[in-house]
Design a protein around this ligand. Structure first.
Ligand code: SF4
Ligand code: SF4
Length: 199
């Protein structure tokens, strides 16, 4: 058994043209609004994609952002360094040290993939957009400039009041509580020892 389609409404000749003209008329009679930039700064949403900031301390030079960038406009150079063993008899470790981190904003298409894929929260959107240049080479922002943009990154939105505490905060709070308890125990021990000596 086949399902029957609902009967289509009969088309009135010229209705499409009338609709189109109505839209044109509405647009013609609406007051135009001209943004007075640069005299008046635009009110942009705080999460606008203006420029990318680099929080270098979080970058482990994993290269994920550079590999995933569809425009290949992230340039990273690094070298390896040997870190001595933390304890005698331990093993030496090697770590990546960042030499260069640059983004070419003349190629970037502001897709945000690099920010999404960074596993260490080293890249952030800033709403700043006033960095036009007359020389295209100047649109390649090196690590110092990318770091400067970090000051313009807005604070993250507040958590929902009933949201679970972020694990980083929970870990930091536990560490502080543990340290405070250890200090209190040490003070109590020294107080007891002093009391014993006085007797
Ligand atoms: S926003 Fe997109 S195009 Fe721009 S650097 Fe990041 S991944 Fe590349
Ligand atoms: S993905 Fe993040 S941590 Fe990895 S190289 Fe890029 S910015 Fe650094």
């Amino acid at each position: 058994m086949t399902a029957s389609l609902p009967p289509s409404r009969p088309r009135i000749p010229g209705s499409g043209l009338a609709k189109g003209l109505a839209v044109t008329l509405r647009t013609m009679t609406r007051r135009s609004h001209t943004a007075q930039y640069p005299e008046v700064q635009p009110e942009l949403p705080p999460r606008s994609r203006g420029v990318i900031g680099l929080f270098e301390e979080n970058c482990t030079v994993c290269m994920l952002c550079a590999r995933e960038c569809p425009d290949w406009c992230i340039y990273i150079d690094s070298h390896k360094e040997t870190v001595p063993a933390a304890a005698p008899g331990g093993r030496e470790r090697s770590r990546n040290v960042l030499d260069r981190f640059a983004i070419d904003f003349s190629l970037c298409m502001y897709c945000g993939i690099c920010i999404e894929v960074c596993p260490f929260d080293a890249l952030f959107w800033s709403p700043e957009f006033e960095y036009a240049e007359t020389d295209i080479h100047e649109l390649t922002h090196e690590r110092d400039k990318l770091r400067e943009w970090m000051w313009t990154v807005p604070e993250p939105p507040a958590l929902d009041p009933r949201a679970e505490e972020p694990k980083e905060l929970a870990a930091a709070r536990k560490a502080v509580e543990k340290q405070a308890a250890a200090e209190a125990a040490a003070r109590a021990d020294s107080g007891t020892a002093e009391g014993g000596d006085a007797q």
